[in-house]
Ligand binder design. Sequence first.
Ligand code: ADP
Length: 315
Amino acid sequence: MTALEITGLGKVYNNGNEALHNISLNIPQGSFYAMLGPNGAGKSTLINILADTVRASSGAVSLFGRDLFTQRSWCKRQIGVVPQEVAFDPFFTPREVLAFTSGMFGCKADYAWIDELLRRLELIDHSVKNTRQLSGGMRRRLLVAQALVHKPKLVILDEPTAGVDVELRRRLWDFMRELNASGTTILLTTHYLDEAEELCDHVAIIDRGRLLTARPMQEMMGEIASSYLWFNYGKKLDMTVEAVKTLAAFEPRLTDEGICLKLGMLEDGSTFHEAYQAAVACFGAPRDAGLRREDLEDVFLRLTGKPMVEEQADG
Ligand code: ADP
């Protein structure tokens, strides 16, 4: 069963910006799904379409078998989205905020669940303070609690651990894992690729509004992630036309110190030798070289040509 079936989704903003182009994606029920992309990829646009704050220009979305665009109120109750901005009354306590949020979803406040959320998100000691007295990190956790208060079947976590310290990040992960294990489908966007790799069983990468890949995490790591040879020349290299031709089969990627070459079949050692010879033919003997296996960060860089965190400071 599919939790979310996205077909040919497109979004062109009024100013002509095409934020999403023909995105088709299936999110299986019960999956822990990572959606990754550099800044400006279209992640927020996609999430906002799901959350009904942005209107799609084309395409269809089905949520647990129902049409998202025509059965909005039913669908809204199935989704929990962590809002981007803090939107609660500063004179409410966290407990009151959560009771109020339950009401907005048409549910009676379930105080046992509310207290469980406050406990798990480590807000219980602050549950009777005004929210304006909470720190930034506590407010973010309250946003997560708000998204979960109506026990949604699909939870959308948009950068839930940004700015959260390592210790608490771990505990939040445990909680998310438990939610997922109890059947909740989770869609996660994150800048922490180690987080995606550790938590998620599926991954999609989008860039400039287009879907680059979507597959089970294991398959991604097993098939796409491959070994590569890195060469250190102690400087940025110039790729001549000749070098581009010689190295084409190795999908060369320039780094600050040299170059990385992707390896295919390693078992017989032939590609290793060929890659090494090719680099030497183009740039001479390197200062240093080595073999590495790609992790998700490398895959991301290779597919998008961008590091994951390049513009985070102004975000
Ligand atoms: P992400 O969340 O991956 O950083 P966004 O969905 O915010 O990406 O943005 C995708 C693209 O759409 C970007 O080029 C961005 O500038 C553009 N965009 C986002 N919101 C608007 C808007 N309200 N009006 C016009 N363009 C927008």
